[in-house]
Design a protein around this ligand. Structure first.
Ligand SMILES: NC(=O)c1ccc[n+]([C@@H]2O[C@H](COP(=O)([O-])OP(=O)(O)OC[C@H]3O[C@@H](n4cnc5c(N)ncnc54)[C@H](O)[C@@H]3O)[C@@H](O)[C@H]2O)c1
Length: 397
């Protein structure tokens, strides 16, 4: 298939699938067709909610009308599921992290190259108006030369909102691998590749407890550090301090970029919308509202689909996700060994989107296959639908 709407399938019908589907089914360039899960009842329920076909993983991977498959499983399954998607001849969109290790991430990129397929990866928050505006602001020289940055993500941990939180404290989890991708991706987007890291880490509690849902009260082991303090050095010579913690009663999401003329206070990098501030070294602060699309989760899938059709590289690419993973694993290793770790990979900052880039525009011919999103009508935009729009349980607040 090389023209028209892009057929989409989903593996993983958990909490985050609903947030993707609320947006993907409103984008006319996509035709969202089917969903699968190891838990067949979960897949059936989600399929019914959004008018999709519920299928086994095997059948979904064999479906001719599906070109991109979203991998919305837990981090420990990301590599195996993404590899299956590629070997079935389909493009992958993976939730973060792309894999648990560098070699697995590399295997996915090589396999995709070999087959002429794409690997796109979350987060796609950097395609939202807030971070796009931050990138344009810095590129336009409005803070002068960016010399350093500070990122802080502190919370009491996801057990306060997620009904199955154990995976957040297992391989591929912890605040560094769960929330770090939002911050490091934004930093690479705006300040370029990272070439060296050092860090310290700690684990406040060896055991945690589920707090919402049917398993509330159940205890589970914490297998990863729950706080990292990292020092990141960019290839440009700039540096950043990054704190990621699930050990804090105080919730804080902060990203500030320090230039030689002004500081840019960036809106929460876990969202697609928000108002930034330029604070000059000497002078009055100025508000910087988000310009461009503020549609939420799923815009990266759409940008991938349009890039496939246009024969151009996607922005939320596997190479970007691989570099971000390399940095995050470097922070983990630096903390464990008490050394500085050189980051072997590098990547170019993704180009900014046009301010007019519109997810609700129909830029591809509508296919004849009926689907949840191809009835010719696009519901009104739910602008600002971000990470936690519309739900209180199961989504990162
Ligand atoms: N919930 C959030 O706030 C949130 C936000 C952003 C990103 N994410 C990311 O999204 C991913 C999924 O998170 P979630 O909250 O939806 O988790 P979840 O536990 O609610 O759902 C995961 C689903 O994947 C299924 N699954 C696991 N292994 C599978 C396999 N091999 N084949 C088929 N299905 C399989 C499970 O049965 C489950 O239904 C994670 O990588 C997470 O980091 C979650």
């Amino acid at each position: 298939m090389s023209a028209g709407q892009v057929g989409v399938g989903i593996i993983g019908a958990g909490v985050i699938s609903r947030h993707y589907l609320q947006n993907l089914t409103r984008f006319p360039d996509l035709s969202v067709l089917a969903i699968a899960d190891l838990d067949l009842e979960r897949a059936a329920a989600r399929a019914q909610e959004f008018g999709l076909r519920a299928m086994s993983v095997r059948d979904l991977l064999a479906a001719d009308d599906i070109e991109i498959v979203l991998n919305l499983t837990i981090p420990a399954a990301h590599f195996d599921v993404s590899l299956q998607i590629l070997t079935s001849g389909k493009h992958v969109w993976s939730e973060k992290p792309i894999a648990l290790g560098r070699r697995d991430a590399r295997t996915l990129l090589d396999e995709a190259d070999r087959r002429g397929l794409r690997v796109g990866c979350a987060p796609d928050t950097f395609l939202g108006g807030a971070l796009q505006t931050a990138q344009r602001t810095v590129t336009a020289g409005r803070i002068g030369a960016p010399a350093s940055a500070l990122g802080i993500m502190q919370s009491p941990g996801p057990e306060g909102f997620h009904p199955n939180p154990a995976f957040y404290y297992g391989p591929g989890g912890g605040p560094l691998l769960d929330m770090g991708p939002y911050y490091v991706t934004a930093l690479v987007q705006i300040m370029g590749a990272i070439h060296r890291v050092s860090a310290v880490s700690s684990t406040a509690l060896p055991v945690r407890r589920v707090r919402v849902g049917t398993d509330a009260g159940t205890e589970f082991d914490v297998q990863v550090p729950t706080e990292h303090v990292g020092l990141l050095e960019f290839a440009s010579g700039a540096r950043a301090t990054l704190i990621t913690s699930f050990d804090s009663g105080v919730r804080r999401n902060l990203l500030e970029l320090y230039g030689d003329e002004a500081t840019l206070q960036v809106p929460d990098p876990n969202y697609f919308d928000g108002v930034g501030h330029i604070v000059p070294l000497h002078g009055e602060p100025e508000e910087v509202p988000a310009a461009g699309s503020t549609w939420g989760r799923g815009v990266g899938v759409l940008e991938l689909a349009r890039s496939v059709r246009g024969g151009v590289p996607e922005r939320a690419s596997g190479s970007l996700a691989h570099h971000v993973l390399d940095v995050l694993l470097g922070i983990e290793e630096a903390a464990r060994a008490g050394t500085t770790v050189t980051i072997e990979s590098t990547v170019a900052s993704p180009l900014p989107l046009d301010e007019e880039w519109d997810p609700t525009a129909a830029t591809l011919p509508v296919s004849s296959t009926p689907s949840a999103s191809s009835d010719g009508s696009v519901p009104p935009p739910t602008a600002g639908l971000g990470e936690n729009a519309g739900t209180t349980v199961g989504i990162n607040p």
